[in-house]
Design a protein. Structure first.
Length: 366
């Protein structure tokens, strides 16, 4: 019986990307370390891989901000291997035009055609603050992962966001022209239709995460803490239409839509207490780590393969027991790690397959 290798990134080639003129780098299918001082361009390498997989920057940057200063366009070429078959993703970023994407040399017309080819999970120090930060960060976590896992979710969320913007513009116009009130129903029907689908998929995703996270968190806290995730919906699927209609005066007052999944949140309950408000910093960071490990396991279960893990300077933020828990989880996954030094990895006897030194937009293999 032939064993099929897990999905992995073989090589990356970038041109005029952030602080890089040109870079070509190959990766081992296990652990790869990029080390160097801060502000040298380590994160930019991880960002370009994430960008090639999802068409978006994990930082939320616009294409024109990514293109090297003084240049008009930038290119990313990512070669991957999946089920023992090689694939090539080419991405062409332009300052004043939409990005162009091709898979194996064939241009794609829709972003969704890219999803599912390569699953990546990004873990940065900012992720450790997801519990204490605002609801928009937690919604972003849901959306980034769900968009990779479900093309349908991406389409429903995109449609919902467009209709939401159009409805908000209409609310602003109604203030000055009351006769436009009659057209509001058209947008309400569509908003509710797509909104219900978004709520349903989020509910399902959180339920699946919940099935995994309890055991992970219990292990991380030596059985002291019971963690549960609760989907803190702004409105339920069944009530969305009614609440939207009932609160139209509130929307007109604010000149924006106050009801819908764009105002959702997630609650993290430790032994029945809301960690967002009452958890210590240490507890919040442990919850964030449990969430990331649960995400890795869930993606593995759904795609029946290993995702690619991009760890951006996150090891220095974890104590040794949490670091150990994360390393245990990722030992069979291709991991690309950035750090300022890799002594800790040697001490913890991590098998390192590739080491690169990053200095001001140049990369040298050690």
């Amino acid at each position: 019986m032939w064993l099929v290798d897990s999905m992995y990134v073989e090589s990356l080639n970038i041109n005029n990307y952030r602080n890089y003129d040109e870079l070509f780098i190959t990766f081992d299918k296990n652990t790869n370390i990029l080390y160097g001082d801060n502000a040298q361009g380590k994160t930019n390498i991880l960002e370009s891989i994430y960008m090639a997989a999802t068409t978006k920057s994990h930082r939320g940057s616009k294409d024109r901000e990514i293109i090297k200063i003084g240049e008009e366009e930038s290119h990313i070429r990512l070669c991957i291997k999946k089920s023992d078959i090689s694939h090539r993703i080419d991405m062409h970023l332009r300052k004043n035009k939409n990005k162009g994407v091709a898979i194996d040399g064939l241009p794609i017309r829709r972003t969704t055609e890219l999803f599912g080819l390569l699953n990546v999970i990004f873990f940065s120090p900012e992720d450790l603050s997801i519990i204490k930060n605002g609801p928009s960060e937690r919604r972003r976590f849901l959306d980034l992962e769900l968009c990779q896992l479900s093309r349908l979710y991406y389409q429903n969320l995109s449609s919902y966001s467009k209709i939401l913007n159009q409805r908000n513009n209409l609310l602003k116009q109604i203030v000055y022209n009351k006769s436009l009130m009659d057209t509001l129903d058209v947008w309400n029907i569509q908003l509710v239709d797509y909104g219900k689908k978004v709520i349903k998929e989020r509910q399902n995703f959180i339920m699946m995460l919940n099935n995994l996270i309890g055991e992970i968190h219990s292990k991380l806290t030596s059985g002291k803490e019971k963690l549960e995730i609760i989907y803190d919906k702004n409105v339920s699927e069944d009530e969305f239409e009614k609440v939207l209609a009932d609160k139209v005066h509130v929307d007109l007052n604010y000149m924006s839509t106050q009801t819908g999944p764009h105002r959702d949140d997630i609650m993290f309950m430790i032994n029945g207490i809301d960690a967002r408000r009452f958890g210590s910093q240490g507890q919040q960071r442990t919850v964030a780590l449990s969430l990331k490990i649960a995400e890795i396991k869930l993606v593995k279960n759904i795609i029946n393969d290993n995702p690619i893990l991009l760890l951006d300077d996150v090891m220095s933020e974890l104590d040794s027991s949490r670091r150990e828990a994360l390393l245990e989880e990722i030992k069979d996954i291709q991991t690309i790690i950035t750090c300022t030094g890799y002594d800790d990895f040697i001490k913890e006897q991590v098998v390192i397959n590739n080491v690169y030194h990053v200095i001001n937009g140049t990369v040298k293999k050690i």
